[in-house]
Design a protein around this ligand. Structure first.
Ligand SMILES: *Cc1c(COP(=O)(O)O)cnc(C)c1O
Length: 425
């Protein structure tokens, strides 16, 4: 390992002080890395068993064309997902274009005019605010669907009191965002989610408990559907695609709810019976199989980043020693220039497009300009090493992904080298 640090020293011409910090961080993170191995092994076992139980075969990897009627590969893939998530039904499709789309399908599938739904983990992810609505055609608010949100408490726990007060006869759904998204708040542990679902169901068992599971898959040994969530959605170019699945999203949960979402994806009556896979099946099977390992690599990289950056004096969240429930590492850099340089350094260490300089820009669905680094094999994939964030106070960069922990370390050193430019100001 120390030969690798020497190599970093030479390649990046870093000084002794930084090289010493890198070495110290290595040593400090070993026990935290150790804990993650166990989770990887258990999730790998769970996934392997689901493949075997469903007699996954070579011919399932071939995709259908046209309508895609009777696509066995698609059907078996969805049985496997349902088993892994211990859900009644799964919809796993290349036709779901992103995580936002998957979540949106759940909301439009379940909610009807004058229904209320409550985000109980604070204001939801940037792109979902547009779905809820203002201005664009076809939003939830245009359909007179009412949204409320309740912030988490200062300590990161659910605000049970306010949740109880907010629930009324019209409440159809509560939404929980497992990951921090672009915010400083901690991600939510499965145990916390289990507790709040129980609480909501006690008030009214008919309320649909929905979880935005983006970035959370295979970080713990349980998934939200295993602890009472009715409906769960996420993206295949994050954890569960294993860096291999080139596009798509998933929805798992109770049969009638997943069915309602699939009627939204295609058309009522057609639902999930159509949708050809083309080249999707093999990549979706293989990506899912690799997902625990790749998630582990990303997590180890995030822990290392937390250790190193906090040793260098930056505020980080989560701390290197804390329980993780998503793969995101937030680092408070404190200035827009540092954010740019950090992202430039990550970009410069990418396998693709290392020669381009990331610049902030306005993206569809986001309010503030966003800067994104990631020379990824799959466009926008954030299970691959990437760093991004909206350029707004207090200038937090969100680091996530990494197909190998070595790459994350190289990327970090590259980022620190870039930031060195203004280090001593
Ligand atoms: C990434 C993400 C989304 C949206 O996913 P896209 O695939 O980028 O549309 C939603 N919620 C959370 C918490 C996310 O991290």
């Amino acid at each position: 390992m120390y030969q690798f640090i020497k190599d970093l020293e030479n390649q990046f011409k870093i000084d002794n002080k930084l090289s010493k910090k890198i070495k110290d961080s290595f040593e400090k993170v070993q026990p935290y890395w150790q804990k993650i191995n166990d989770i990887t092994y258990m999730n790998q076992m769970k996934i392997l068993k689901a493949f075997q139980k469903n007699n996954a075969s070579d011919f399932h990897l071939n995709g259908s064309t046209g309508y895609g009627y009777g696509d066995m590969g698609r059907e078996v893939l969805e049985y496997i997902w349902a088993d892994i998530f211990q859900a009644e039904k799964a919809l796993v499709r290349p036709q779901i274009v992103s995580g936002t789309h998957a979540i949106s399908l759940c909301l439009f599938g379940v909610l009807r005019p004058h229904d209320e739904f409550i985000s109980i983990s604070g204001i939801p992810y940037d792109t979902l605010q547009k779905v809820i609505g203002s201005g664009e055609p076809g939003t939830l608010s245009e359909l007179n669907i009412i949204h409320k949100s309740i912030d988490l408490k200062e300590n990161g726990d659910f605000n049970f009191e306010l949740i109880e007060k907010a629930i009324n006869d019209k409440t159809k759904m509560v939404c929980i965002q497992r990951s921090r998204g672009y915010s400083w708040r901690p991600s939510l542990a499965i145990e916390q989610i289990a507790e709040v679902i129980k609480f909501v169901k006690k008030i009214n068992p008919n309320i649909v408990c929905f979880v935005d599971n983006c970035y959370g898959e295979f970080v713990e040994i349980m998934e939200p559907t295993q602890i009472g969530a009715d409906l769960v959605a996420g993206s295949l170019i994050k954890n569960p695609g294993g860096g291999i699945t080139p596009r798509g999203g998933y929805i798992v949960g109770r049969k009638e709810l997943v069915y309602a979402a699939s009627c939204r994806l295609t058309a009522p009556g057609i639902a999930g019976e159509v949708g050809s896979a083309l080249d999707f099946n093999r990549l979706a099977y293989q990506g899912l199989f690799l997902a625990p390992l790749i998630t582990e690599q990303a997590l180890k990289g995030a822990i290392f980043a937390a250790q190193l950056l906090s040793d260098l004096g930056y505020s980080v969240s989560p701390q290197p020693y804390e329980l993780r429930t998503d793969i995101i590492q937030a680092i408070k850099l404190g200035s827009p220039q540092k954010m740019r340089l950090f992202c430039q350094g990550i970009q410069k260490a990418s396998p693709l497009d290392a020669h381009v300089t990331p610049q902030e820009s306005l993206l569809p669905g986001y309010k503030d300009p966003v800067i994104m680094a990631g020379g990824t094999f799959i466009q926008g994939s954030s299970i691959e090493l990437s760093a991004d964030g909206p350029l707004r106070e207090p200038y937090i960069v969100y680091l996530q992904g990494g197909l190998s922990v070595a790459h994350v370390i190289i990327g970090l050193v590259s980022a620190l080298k870039k930031m060195d430019l203004i280090y001593d100001e």
